[in-house]
Design a protein around this ligand. Structure first.
Ligand code: BDP
Length: 681
């Protein structure tokens, strides 16, 4: 179906000028015996067949015959004829050049590796699908980020932690599943957006998944790696820190114990025997009841270095998550601040990590809320590799029942200037490795797919998966441009359709924010499943996510003078701005300050009136999304249109529920009426 093919639908283009132009280049030339280049050629042929209605055959290179030639430099006559200049020097390991040579009547895609050919082919297909003139192409591209990774949170029983789109496509019944076509199609979707790495199992690793690194499962894991390898994607596994105990039969997992180190070395050797290009291990340790080095009085440098040492001989990396905090804290202890935890744990360890350890830091200091400040850990560790972790799956942003296009949020995070070395210290430069000159760095994100026919539950949530990959490849792309590209590739080029869906996507994050938790406070959700409003759901629990609302005011005092001191983790003017209630940006005010309901925001409104206003407006705008979508009836597959319409209807209803619970709660707490008289108590 269209939904399954997602942005790789390659829909037929109408007869006319472009059709004729594209038809010229209807044969494909390759001269290397390479599985990946073959996969790329197959993709190209399939794409052209979709676009033009006839396949593009593979043929030999004959000077003068119009063709599309693919090849790595120095291994293909056609490629070497087109690219003879210093353009080649600009192309890195995954980059590519695409050039139309009118004398040779050839579109050539050249790269220094077969992975570059894959990306180049997907780029060309994108141009063709968008109807772009290919007469004079001259494109050179390199990915900005080295690691562009997807984290699956799939469990081997087939469930997906925080998954909102069905069951796992990788596992069922505690085994690896063999819907290899579906897995291959996933690999195609990922590679086409620019992703080059995937960890296939949940960061919460149970006993059965601990065995993925053993000979019991490695032959099957290797088959998955084969599929992903075809598309330039390296496979990683999440491991349980206590595996030596759980599956190794040892009596300790102490990172400084020689038998423990030996056990990991043996396991890693087995992994590489099965998968020579294995990427490495992803670890969640000492977090939310997961085991870790703290049990043995060791720190996270000890823990990660132990694994790094085992991986080093093979070129593998350890990706170590910084999501470490006390999830059993006493809510009455106002000085214990979960937001501080990552920085407090990791900053003092700067310089102690091996060079094949990468710290994976969530974009914000708490947990993927609709609005959080940027984690102050970015850039704060000069001698340590870091990568950023986003959450594509919409755990706290509507669970793929509400539309929430997250690329604008990610852009804001990436553009944020940490000011760590003065102006120009943006997060995007930290995570692309250029800021501190790191050997390893990049993006990771929690996937939003499952075995639903349309992959993501909400069709419009496909834009987040696509957008993530595009942004990881090039963080300079705008959220709007990415949205538009996704729409045109997925639904075609009807201008009204493109503008309508683009406007829905671009407004969606703001709409979701406005009817949920206000002013950066976060977490007013039902415990456990995290869907729907519950203002005090977590207020008296141990998880460390509080709003401190009482009859006088609301918010968390994280200032230096009277609060938790979290603001001191920021540099220079950022610290000063966040520390001051007068200067703190409105959208983050309650994250940083406890204020009376009558406190005036920079917008001029009081906090309480702003809560009422945003919630009324948000619910109204959610209602408006339904009306916009109605305009598209008849402009796309009827069933798809209906599916989205159903979700938008649910969203509008649910937005009213949010509005009413939040507004009534704060009216009762504050006793202050809505100036516009809209409240029904
Ligand atoms: C939280 C999720 C939880 C994850 C955790 C994590 O609620 O399911 O295990 O993050 O990132 O957002 O480890």
């Amino acid at each position: 179906s269209d939904a399954y093919r997602a942005w790789l639908g390659y829909r037929r283009i109408a007869p006319g000028e472009r059709y004729n132009q594209y038809e010229l280049y209807s044969s494909i030339v390759i001269s290397e015996q390479d599985d990946r280049i073959h996969a790329a050629a197959t993709e190209l042929s399939r794409g052209i067949e979709g676009l033009l209605g006839q396949p593009a055959p593979l043929s030999d290179y004959r000077n003068g015959d119009a063709c599309i030639a693919l090849g790595t430099f120095g291994h293909s006559a056609a490629i070497d004829e087109v690219f003879q200049d210093e353009a080649l020097a600009k192309i890195g390991p995954e980059g590519y050049v695409i050039r139309t040579n009118s004398t040779l009547r050839c579109i050539a895609i050249g790269a220094s590796s077969s992975a570059g050919i894959v990306y180049g082919v997907f780029h060309l297909l994108r141009l063709l699908a968008l109807g772009i003139d290919v007469e004079a192409l001259d494109i050179a591209e390199n990915p900005v980020n080295r690691l562009r990774m997807i984290n699956q949170w799939d469990n081997m029983d087939g469930s997906v932690e925080r998954g909102y789109a069905g069951r796992s496509i990788f596992f069922a019944d505690n085994r690896i599943t063999w819907d290899s076509e579906r897995i291959r199609d996933y690999a195609r979707l990922l590679a086409s957006s620019g992703v080059n790495a995937i960890s296939i199992n949940n960061v919460n690793v149970h006993r059965v998944e601990s065995k993925l690194v053993t000979t019991q499962f490695l032959p099957d894991v290797a088959k998955l790696a084969d599929i992903f390898r075809l598309y330039g994607i390296r496979l990683f596994l999440s491991v349980n820190y206590a595996s030596p105990l759980e599956v190794g039969g040892l009596s300790t997992a102490d990172p400084l114990d020689t038998t423990v180190r030996e056990w990991w070395r043996t396991q890693v050797a087995e992994v590489y025997a099965a998968i020579p290009d294995f990427g490495g291990l992803l670890v969640k340790a000492d977090s939310e009841n997961r085991p870790g080095p703290f049990t043995y009085g060791r720190d996270h440098a000890d823990g990660s270095n132990m694994l790094a040492e085992a991986l080093k001989p093979y070129g593998g990396v350890v990706i170590w998550r910084c999501f470490v905090y006390n999830c059993k804290q006493d809510w009455r202890d106002r000085k214990t601040d979960r937001a501080r935890a990552a920085y407090d744990h990791f900053k003092p360890l700067d310089g102690k990590f091996m060079d094949n350890v990468i710290l994976q830091v969530k974009n914000g200091p708490i947990d993927f809320q609709v609005r959080e400040p940027v984690s102050p850990l970015f850039g704060a560790m000069e001698a340590t590799n870091q990568m950023i972790e986003f959450q594509i799956t919409q755990e706290y942003t509507g669970q793929q029942r509400h539309v929430c296009y997250l690329v604008p949020q990610w852009k804001e995070v990436l553009e944020f200037d940490t000011l760590i070395k003065g102006d120009g210290s943006s997060v995007k430069r930290v995570v692309d490795g250029s800021f501190h000159g790191n050997a390893h760095s990049g993006f990771a994100a929690v996937s939003n797919i499952g075995d639903d026919e349309n992959w993501t539950g909400h069709l419009l949530a496909q834009a987040n998966l696509y957008g993530y990959g595009r942004l990881a490849w090039n963080p300079e792309l705008s959220a709007e441009a990415i949205a538009e590209e996704w729409i045109r590739l997925s639904f075609g080029g009807d201008e009204q359709l493109v503008h309508t869906i683009r406007d829905i996507l671009m407004s969606s994050w703001g709409i979701y924010e406005s009817y949920t938790a206000p002013l950066g406070i976060g977490f007013m959700v039902n415990p456990d499943h995290h869907y729907g409003p519950n203002v005090d759901g977590y207020e008296y629990s141990m998880w460390g996510t509080y709003h401190f609302a009482d009859c006088h005011g609301i918010g968390v005092d994280r200032t230096k003078a009277t609060g938790t001191g979290y603001t001191a983790q920021y540099a220079g003017a950022n610290m000063e701005q966040y520390d001051s209630p007068a200067n703190c940006p409105d959208e983050l005010l309650l994250f940083f300050h406890h204020v009376p309901y009558t406190h005036r925001l920079q917008s001029g409104k009081t906090v309480i009136q702003s809560i009422y206003d945003t919630h009324f407006e948000g619910a109204e705008r959610a209602e408006g999304l339904k009306a916009s979508w109605e305009l598209l009836e008849g402009k796309m597959d009827r069933e798809l249109h209906r599916q989205v319409a159903d979700r938008l209807a649910e969203q509008a209803t649910h937005a009213r529920e949010w509005r009413d619970q939040i507004n009534t709660y704060f009216y009762r707490k504050s006793g202050i009426v809505d100036q516009a008289g809209r409240l029904i108590y």
